[in-house]
Design a protein around this ligand. Structure first.
Ligand code: SF4
Length: 286
């Protein structure tokens, strides 16, 4: 058996989901990204529902991508006629006033665009569902969310995604702004939920937040770089383990938690994001 890898490889590229893993549980980060341990377990039960949930999330993102590439809404709707949930999501998207074509005249939409920049000895990347550059120079980051419950804005603000995405747009977005880096105050992030089409979560960015994010991300990466070879600390919040594939390896139970619960406990401190599995797939495969 090969010796376990004990250091992060220098070619490693950080993302919001890998950093969120570190913040949620250092052991999970170590197992997933440093030791690269594959562990065959489902994240939530029923496994089939969870699988369908992730597949639908992926398909919705592909549909939205097609729309921004110019495929007519009706043609896209035809692809999912037999699927009630996807049809509902698409109806919500297609019927949303916010996404009417006339709203985007003279604006530059960049769907499914990736940006990356150096950070410490590594790189950090983000894949944006949609970036829209407005004529007056404002940059809007849209992110589609397919969870059945909508978290509070305060919860979203503290997610790594809400910090990494605008930060990276400042650091690496000059190519989209005629060679000029975006100023933090030009940037806004909007989460759009497929089942809550009128409840946008808008998070404006600012120079102060950029400075805080820069310091925070540098500190996280330096901490990760200095992780020792021994077993990293397991999360103290054992609720996380119910939806983590490594739970049997960590002696934190065998059965996966129920999909309903994982997806929805937004009100509780440290609510779980059941798009977790999907976010990993999305960053890698699509
Ligand atoms: S099972 Fe729990 S302790 Fe183990 S890696 Fe997953 S979240 Fe961390």
């Amino acid at each position: 058996m090969p010796a376990p890898i004990d250091k992060l490889q220098s070619s490693f590229v950080f993302s919001q989901s890998s950093l969120q893993d570190y913040v949620d549980c250092q052991r999970r980060f170590q197992l997933r990204y440093i030791q690269q341990r594959a562990w065959p377990a489902v994240e939530a039960e029923p496994a089939m529902d969870n699988e369908h949930f992730m597949q639908r999330g992926l398909q919705f993102h592909q549909m939205a991508h097609q729309y921004w590439l110019g495929v007519p809404k009706e043609k896209i709707a035809g692809q999912v006629k037999g699927d009630k949930i996807l049809s509902r999501w698409w109806k919500n998207f297609a019927g949303s006033k916010g996404f009417e074509e006339r709203n985007f005249q003279n604006q530059k939409p960049f769907p499914e665009i990736s940006l990356s920049a150096p950070i410490g000895d590594f790189r950090i990347m983000a894949k944006y569902d949609l970036l829209v550059i407005q004529p007056e120079g404002k940059a809007i980051i849209f992110d589609w969310k397919t969870s059945r419950k909508r978290p509070k804005r305060e919860w979203l603000i503290h997610r790594l995604q809400s910090r990494v995405y605008p930060y990276l747009l400042v650091q690496a977005g000059a190519q989209l702004n005629e060679g000029e880096p975006f100023k933090p105050e030009q940037i806004e992030m909007i989460y759009w939920y497929t089942d809550f089409p009128d409840q946008l979560a808008r998070i404006p960015y600012s120079p102060k937040q950029f400075d805080e994010d820069q310091a925070y991300l540098a500190r996280l990466i330096s901490e990760i770089q200095s992780m020792g070879e021994g077993e990293a600390p397991l999360t103290e919040d054992e609720r996380r383990c119910r939806f983590c594939v490594y739970r049997s390896l960590c002696n934190r139970g065998v059965e996966a938690g129920p999909l309903e619960e994982a997806e929805g406990d937004w009100e509780a401190e440290g609510g779980f994001e059941l798009e977790l599995g999907f976010e990993h797939i999305a960053e890698i495969e699509y």
